[in-house]
Design a protein around this ligand. Structure first.
Ligand code: PGA
Length: 309
């Protein structure tokens, strides 16, 4: 047994002093008196055998020992939170925190899916990040998310991925575009057209580029945009053709503001995957979410994916 033996209460008070940047603000936050906070920190300094703060002017800064102890306190509290979730799950309680990141393009259905999940488990607090494929891969590398929803994950990474829903990419045009009247348009006919495309780093962009390269057809870009909404608006305004997931265009196709072109080789059929780092132990809340997405999430979206192109 080591000699460093602080109480959890001392660590909580100390953590708050670091985060609030002072004894008075920590006292307010913790609903304690300022002397009570000072006593806890003094006692903790006694346990550690070193000062935990330097005072410069009116401000206090953690010393090296203070910073080391702060990191240790954060780890302890994070572990306690995880363990609380496990114990809650054993008791049958469905509560905890969930960190999910989804591809920009998946944001359309993923938010609805998360709303259904939140409706079923109101005590689970969800943090959602919507970003492009490149950033999702970085977040997986950094272990920053419990789970990620993205297009086909790269095979050279140690990831656990399960496909749960179709993600067909289609070519769309404004309703008055001459190509809307054509059938079986050969891909080579699109060489003269200009496209409004997603930014480099987007999974949609990479898939489209791969498809054109494989067919030996070059693409001319009218403009690059990082938002699917902006692309739809630009295509409607006649800036060029767009290629996007059918999952993002429900409304525009229904109202006829955009039209899916009948291009040979389209739709490019892709899938949405639920992805986690392999070897990562999912929290009980993570397991609930995975089961929800794989079973009910896919069914909830059948209407979207079954649409004819
Ligand atoms: P994106 O990803 O939103 O980054 O284009 C979607 C996909 O990979 O299909």
């Amino acid at each position: 047994m080591g000699k460093l033996n602080p109480t959890l209460r001392q660590l909580r008070v100390f953590e708050s002093v670091v985060e609030q940047g002072g004894f008075t603000r920590a006292a307010e936050k913790l609903h304690l008196s300022q002397p009570a906070v000072s006593i806890q920190v003094k006692q903790l300094e006694g346990v550690v055998g070193m000062p935990l703060f330097d005072q410069l002017g009116k401000k206090i800064y953690p010393t090296d020992a203070g910073r080391a102890l702060y990191e240790c306190a954060q780890n302890i509290f994070a572990q306690l939170e995880d363990t609380e979730e496990v114990i809650d799950a054993l008791k049958g309680v469905k509560r905890g925190r969930l960190k999910v990141a989804v591809a920009t393009t998946a944001g359309y259905f993923a938010t609805r899916m998360l709303a259904a999940f939140a409706g079923r488990y109101p005590e689970i607090i969800i943090r959602l990040d919507v970003t492009n494929r490149l950033s999702l891969l970085e977040q997986l590398d950094e272990n920053a998310q419990d789970m990620v929803i993205m297009g086909e994950p790269p095979a050279d990474r140690d990831l656990l991925a399960t496909a749960f829903m179709e993600n067909p990419l289609v070519v769309v045009a404004a309703a008055d575009h001459p190509l809307t009247r054509c059938e079986r348009i050969p891909l080579t006919d699109l060489q003269d057209q200009r496209f409004v495309v997603r930014e480099p780093g987007s999974g949609t962009r990479a898939a489209v580029q791969r498809f054109f390269d494989a067919e030996g057809v070059s693409m001319r870009f009218a403009m690059e945009m990082s938002s699917n909404e902006a692309i739809k608006q630009a295509v409607q305004a006649g800036l060029g053709l767009g290629i996007s997931s059918l999952n993002t265009m429900e409304l525009e196709l229904e109202t006829g503001r955009l039209v899916v072109l009948d291009v040979v080789g389209f739709p490019i059929l892709r899938y949405w995957y639920l992805v986690q780092r392999s070897g990562k132990r999912l929290s009980p809340v993570g397991v609930l979410f995975r089961d929800f997405v794989l079973s009910e999430g896919a069914q909830a979206e059948c209407g979207l994916t079954s649409k004819k192109c």
